[in-house]
Design a binder for this molecule. Structure first.
Ligand SMILES: Nc1nc2c(ncn2[C@@H]2O[C@H](COP(=O)(O)OP(=O)(O)OP(=O)(O)O)[C@@H](O)[C@H]2O)c(=O)[nH]1
Ligand SMILES: [Mg+2]
Length: 224
């Protein structure tokens, strides 16, 4: 579980309302290579040994899209069986999802179904890509059919964090999808949240108008 992010100032999720900032989350079983993929993309490096991610790691990345500076926050977490599911704040306001499995371990592919179901509970519409990692171990896997992605209509990338195959391509395309989702979102839950926020604002305005009117009211004759 990714812990309650809402109380930590650095994780102020309101900022994702700004145009130039997107949040991309990473899902998948433990040891499929989520953190290694981030490492490969962000520092163009790969250290073979590393402990499992503890709770939550945030990676920041800046890039330019259509001559606009874009800040990307990648959220990486320990996708452990030991945690089973993520805290809702992990999904909150995410604009895209990278869902990773390990081509060498069938169970991690099977578990995509549960990751995807959970993702869709919180973020029904955000773009999601399926990533088949560790193809360096056996290139033949790229000829295999991984029907999950096709069935769900999701893009599938064969990648290797170890040798870098397709890593940059996958991340760059996902960032573009996140940006375009943010600009054109018609996500029902987003709409509801926007409506609620407006409603609260309107209510506050009305309340303060009422108090002002109260104060301005001339005293009634009875009270004299
Ligand atoms: N051969 C090969 N090994 C990889 C690749 N990517 C990751 N690994 C190895 O797989 C192991 C797990 O990688 P991590 O990136 O820590 O996995 P994770 O998904 O972040 O795991 P959690 O943090 O526990 O959720 C490490 O020992 C890596 O060296 C790859 O592309 N090829
Ligand atoms: Mg990790």
């Amino acid at each position: 579980m990714a812990g309650d992010a809402s109380g930590i100032p650095e994780l102020d999720q309101e900022k994702y309302d700004a145009d130039e900032e997107v949040k991309i989350i990473c899902l998948g079983d433990s040891a499929v290579g989520k953190s290694k993929l981030m490492e490969r993309f962000l520092i163009d490096g790969y250290r073979p040994q590393q402990l499992s991610t503890y709770a939550l790691t945030l990676y920041k990345y800046t890039t330019t899209i259509d001559s606009k500076a874009v800040l990307v926050d990648f959220w990486d977490t320990a996708g452990q069986e030991r945690f089973q599911s993520m805290h809702p704040s992990y999904y909150h306001k995410a604009h895209a999802c990278i869902m990773v499995f390990d081509v060498q371990r069938k169970i991690t592919y099977k578990n995509l179904t549960s990751w995807y179901t959970e993702l869709r509970e919180y973020r029904p519409e955000i773009p999601c890509v399926v990533v088949a990692n560790k193809i360096d171990a056996d290139m033949k896997v790229t000829q295999r059919n991984f029907n999950f992605a096709k069935k769900q209509g999701l893009p599938l990338y064969f990648v290797s964090a170890a040798d870098g195959t397709n890593v940059v391509k996958m991340f760059k395309e996902t960032i573009k999808m996140a940006m375009s989702y943010k600009q054109n979102s018609s996500d029902f839950m987003d709409e509801v949240m926007r409506e609620l926020e407006n409603f609260e604002l309107e209510q506050k305005k009305e309340e303060s108008l009422e108090t002002a009117e109260e104060r301005l009211k001339p005293e009634s004759p009875e009270s004299v």
